[in-house]
Design a protein around this ligand. Structure first.
Ligand code: SF4
Length: 348
């Protein structure tokens, strides 16, 4: 650990960029820079930081500005909630804390718009407190050096990375080390394919040895949701005594269950276009049903239809309405049937 620590610090001292917020210990400036950099690249953030510091050299100036002025200073950075939080917090510090920026980690963390990462950054950069920062760059560096493949977007993954970050943190120079590991991730251990051949850490780097660099850090990610749009055709005979069903044999959801014949569309617009083109043949149309499955969101409309489309398909069967419930039906169809009983009541 200490060799890795020393190498990262040495690399930083030789390669660091000269950035204005690194030349100060003023917590107000450090906080300002961190809020600006939350969703902004360093090159763009730098000019905004300099403009803010010039216009509001002290927190009192920011606090007494109008919200409109702060928002227009922020223009171009996006995510305007950051600007509003900045303004609210400046007013809070001036009014409630006598313009003294809090130095305790818990108090910093309680400020509006300040999360775990920003609180650790302010506590260490401004007050030299022993808090490890953990941003995207640090996750990447740690996951690669230690070849840690646990997904960073899981609570267990976060726990392990927090532990590791604190283990590796230089307890004597936390500010310097935090800056160093973040800069190392931003400039050397970059996403994709870093230049590992010239990396000062390559003899210690487990991902380099195991050729796992491009798959780290691992992410579980959200399952991709597929949206599907169905129009179900309800074929009732004149007396509403029989209805048509089709057994699902294809490899898809609800295999081997029964459903009304249907057409699937790519989008809700396509579906609506079809319905509009065929409105003369539609006797009743349901509202739009939304049905959520683990990886699919289904949007469906049911139409009582008077055209012969599907009627000659060999896999479509005619069954008495009275025994409809004896067939295995998807929950989506059951919902429709429960809410539209009158459509299926027998007409003598
Ligand atoms: S050897 Fe490559 S993957 Fe490992 S720390 Fe260096 S740049 Fe990152």
């Amino acid at each position: 650990m200490t060799e890795i620590q020393a190498l990262i610090k040495n690399w930083y001292l030789e390669n660091k960029r000269d950035l204005p917020w690194r030349r100060t210990k003023n917590p107000y400036y450090i906080w300002l820079s961190e809020v600006i950099l939350q969703q902004t690249r360093v090159a763009q953030g730098k000019s905004y930081f300099e403009r803010f510091v010039k216009k509001y050299p002290k927190i009192e100036g920011l606090a007494s500005a109008s919200e409109q002025e702060v928002l227009s200073m922020w223009q171009g950075l996006g995510y305007y909630s950051r600007a509003r939080n900045l303004h609210t917090t400046a007013k809070y510090i001036v009014k409630e804390l006598n313009s003294v920026f809090p130095s305790k980690h818990t108090e910093i963390l309680a400020l509006k718009g300040v999360g775990e990462y920003t609180a650790a950054a302010i506590a260490s950069f401004a007050f030299d407190q022993v808090y490890a920062v953990l941003d995207g760059n640090v996750y990447r560096v740690l996951s690669r050096i230690f070849n840690l493949a646990i997904p960073i977007d899981t609570s267990e993954g976060k726990k392990q990375f927090i532990f590791l970050a604190n283990e590796l943190l230089d307890k004597i120079q936390p500010a310097l080390f935090n800056q160093a590991i973040m800069e190392f991730g931003a400039l050397q251990c970059v996403p994709g394919k870093p230049n590992c051949e010239i990396c000062t850490l390559n003899i210690y780097c487990e991902a380099f040895k195991n050729n796992t660099i491009t798959s780290l850090p691992a992410k579980k990610g959200k399952p991709k949701i597929r949206n599907r749009y169905f129009v179900y055709f309800v074929y009732l005979d004149e007396n509403r005594e029989t209805v048509r069903l089709r057994k699902k044999t294809e490899n898809d959801i609800w295999k081997n269950m029964f459903e009304f014949p249907k057409i699937e569309f790519e989008s809700v617009e396509q579906m609506d276009e079809f319905l509009s083109d065929n409105k003369n043949k539609i006797r009743t149309i349901s509202t739009l049903y939304k049905h959520i499955l683990s990886h699919q969101h289904l949007y469906a409309k049911f139409i009582v239809f008077s055209d012969s489309l599907f009627l000659n398909s060999p896999d479509v069967i005619e069954i008495p309405v009275l025994i409809l419930n004896e067939y295995p039906l998807p929950r989506l169809m059951e919902r429709y049937l429960e809410q539209n009983r009158t459509i299926f009541s027998h007409q003598p």
